[in-house]
Design a binder for this molecule. Structure first.
Ligand code: GLY
Ligand code: MN
Ligand code: MN
Length: 437
């Protein structure tokens, strides 16, 4: 653990809040999967960003007094021999200073410490509405403070949403985050290549998912950042298809959208390829349209440009291509004006990426779309989806293509973190030929 990294983030966060304030950042809660088994624990992204600590039942309290003096405190699970034999190791408050750079107390002291921390502060910052149980605790603490003024209690009068503050920080990745994101991209690219090579008729979608997850884990990424999408044939038209329960057939395309979560940070890659290892003429034609759009959009990712610039470039290529293939008819200029490609390009062009796959960060500032700036990481993911019954020649029906990469904005332009996995038709066919041999 890089101690000063998280300490610096906490210190920086405190520079964004007013004097005489308190900040509460609770850890995520464990979720039941069935009866007495839980889902794998996933830490709250803000909590993880500020502490690097991966246990539930914890709370980070940061405060700033009237003179601007700051303090921090962690509440966490105590060491407990029996609990640790059953459920796993705990850090314990005694180790928190050395490992996390934080003074800490056992979580049993939470109610008392919350009361102390909120008392006589003007402003309370936290992410209201994320954890119902924690909301209730905060409400109860505020009620106590309001109820007993004679004990010297004064409740904060202002409640601020902490999310915009942490979101703005998290939007701009530091060197450590860029490193983790590069790793996530590298691991995910390897997994996509492996799935391409493993694909053939008769393989089940969930078996390709298994290749992906195995490759992730073999490179230190035990979990995916989101549920893996493996859609063969028309399943590719279901944007968040995660059933992954069908068998691959020759003549189908497969769309895989998968990203490894590495040290908390996720990649988000989509590739589309033919089960047979060879694109049919229709598949190749549609694929090339999406690829042209993806290149055009990526070329717009540089400081000063906005998502809208990339979207306009992608839409122009998609519309041109759809017109050439006869899937759209009419005048190019008019079709672009009418956003005609949106009949088949049914989602957004991309999103911020980081600790969360659809990462935090405002897309607009003061009502205006914000320009790209160095340190931002985003996806560019145009797609075309032509489900059966679409208003075009039935030879196109059932085709779905999406191509998605993760781009780091740099001073010069951008750095594609996921370009290790091929996307040119000839490259995909060559890679698949190795796997099919
Ligand atoms: N994997 C979800 C997305 O591409 O946004
Ligand atoms: Mn995405
Ligand atoms: Mn994706």
């Amino acid at each position: 653990m890089n101690l000063s990294l998280h300490q610096n983030r906490r210190e920086r966060l405190l520079t964004f809040i007013s004097n005489n304030s308190v900040v509460l950042v609770p850890a995520a809660v464990e979720l039941t999967r069935s009866r007495d088994t839980e889902y794998p624990f996933r830490q709250d992204s803000d909590f993880f960003y500020l502490t690097g600590f991966n246990e539930p039942d914890a709370l980070l309290i940061l405060s700033k007094d009237n003179s601007g003096q700051t303090a921090s405190l962690l509440l966490c699970r105590p060491k407990d021999q029996l609990a640790e034999i059953w459920q796993g190791r705990r850090l314990g408050p005694e180790q928190a200073k050395a490992v996390l750079g934080l003074d800490a107390l056992p979580v049993a002291e939470l109610d008392t410490e919350l009361l102390k921390a909120l008392n006589q502060k003007t402003t309370l910052y936290y992410a209201q509405g994320t954890y119902a149980e924690f909301d209730a605790k905060v409400a109860a603490t505020l009620a106590t403070l309001r109820r007993y003024p004679k004990r010297g209690y004064v409740a904060p009068t202002v409640q601020q949403d902490l999310r915009p503050v942490t979101a703005e920080m998290r939007l701009f990745k530091d060197q450590d985050e860029i490193h983790q994101m590069r790793q996530a991209g590298y691991i995910s690219a390897k997994a996509h290549k492996r799935a391409m090579q493993a694909a053939k008729a008769g393989v089940w979608e969930y078996q390709l998912e298994a290749h992906i997850l195995h490759e992730f884990a073999m490179h230190g990424a035990r979990f995916a950042g989101y549920n893996t999408i493996v859609g063969a044939g028309e399943n590719g038209c279901i944007l968040h298809y995660t059933d992954n329960s069908c068998q691959l057939k020759d003549g189908d395309l497969v769309l895989i959208d998968a990203g490894a979560e590495y040290q908390g940070y996720t990649a988000d890659i989509t590739r589309t390829f033919p089960v047979s290892g060879k694109f049919s003429p229709e598949q190749a034609a549609l694929y090339q349209v999406v690829l042209n759009a993806q290149y055009a959009a990526c070329a717009k990712v540089k400081p000063g440009n906005k998502f809208k610039d990339a979207l306009d470039a992608a839409c122009l290529e998609l519309t041109k291509g759809l017109l050439e293939l006869g899937i759209l008819q009419g005048d190019l200029e008019q079709l672009v004006k009418d956003n005609a490609c949106k009949t088949y390009f049914i989602h957004g062009l991309g999103h911020w990426l980081g600790l969360d796959v659809h990462d935090v960060g405002a897309y607009k500032v003061a009502g205006e779309e914000r320009p790209f700036a160095p340190g931002m990481i985003l996806t560019i993911e145009p797609g075309l989806y032509i489900p059966t019954g679409s208003p075009c020649d039935p030879k196109w029906w059932g085709l779905a293509v999406r191509i998605e990469d993760d781009l780091l904005v740099t001073a010069q332009g951008h750095d594609n973190l996921t370009d290790l996995v091929p996307k040119e038709i000839a490259e995909i066919e060559a890679l698949m030929a190795q796997g099919h041999s």
